[in-house]
Design a protein around this ligand. Sequence first.
Ligand code: SF4
Length: 385
Amino acid sequence: MTHILDIKDLVTNFYTYEGVVKALNKVSFHVNHGSTFGLVGESGCGKSVTVRSIMQIVQSPGVIEGGEIHFSPDSDNGETGIDLLKQTERFMQDLRGNKISMIFQEPNAALNPIMTIGEQIAESYVFHRKNQIIEKILGLDRTGENLFPKVSANPLFLPLYHLALHRPDAFLLELIKKVPFLRNWDRAVLHTAIEKSVELLATLGIPNPDKIVHQYPHNLSGGMKQRVVIAIALASEPVLLIADEATSNLDVTVQAQILDLLKDLKKKNIISSILLITHDLGVVNETCDRVGVMYAGNLCEVGKVTDLFENPKHPYTKALLDSVPKIRQIGDLKSIAGNVPNLVNPPLGCRFHPRCGHAMAKCKEVFPEMTIVDDDHEVACYLYH
Ligand code: SF4
């Protein structure tokens, strides 16, 4: 199976006044085309830093200091893909929210309170098609309506042309503002975009989508807002959707609806590959095909969800699964003894060794590399070396 995302030895550090926080220590995993990969672990283990590193939106004082992130949007070409860490910021700006979309935990932070739902989805639809739209305006689209003669006759054409080449977003806005005859054309684009928004909202199971497009975020419930955020993410027809704790703030029934929705979108091929970040093993079990377990900036175990849940290998994965409350739980809940280490000064060797009942001398000295223990099942632990 080909990989849409292949991450190798990713290292991200944060340079703080207290010292260097070693947030990601040689993290490696891949996401198959057409599958859902779950990244699971406690708060602060590095899940969100991993996705922020993929999208290159790690905020200062964070620095991505090593590794490779190969992205292959096309499942058929069989190539290793482009290394995102070697691309320019301009390239990444075009990629974000376009080929790769992201949804976050807090829908309120993602939505603009003074724009209607329809305008926000339409904005995503229009801006992620800006290159096609600009090509058409500049007369490059030989099959469509050729607007080039009219636009080039306008004295504003040359400065706008340069803006189009260098800053397509700004170009589109300026063009719409400054070239009066394009306003009708712009309205036509927006009209299509609003129609698409209604279609998308209907696909996402929102009742009365033609009314909802004219409402504002404060008119909607938390679950509805998260559906709208998903609609904005899908308006650009991404090949990979990254969901960072996207259901954590919702109550259990709404959470189940959103997870069902993501599964349904995959089944209908509206989205092909998903990278799901969560601290909830139940969410992984429900939604994912493969899973990676993170602890203190390291990936401990990766494998198919069925294998990993039925036959966990790493002591941390076992402890994590044991600490999940069972319906017929008898006695106290099990917890993992000790605390998560401070990543300014993490333990040498295996970062889990101070809490591990199987720790040996070498566990305290050298970091265990990933070992293949079964078909598509790897673990970083000396018990299996
Ligand atoms: Fe425990 Fe050693 Fe395995 Fe780490 S490498 S999980 S300390 S046995």
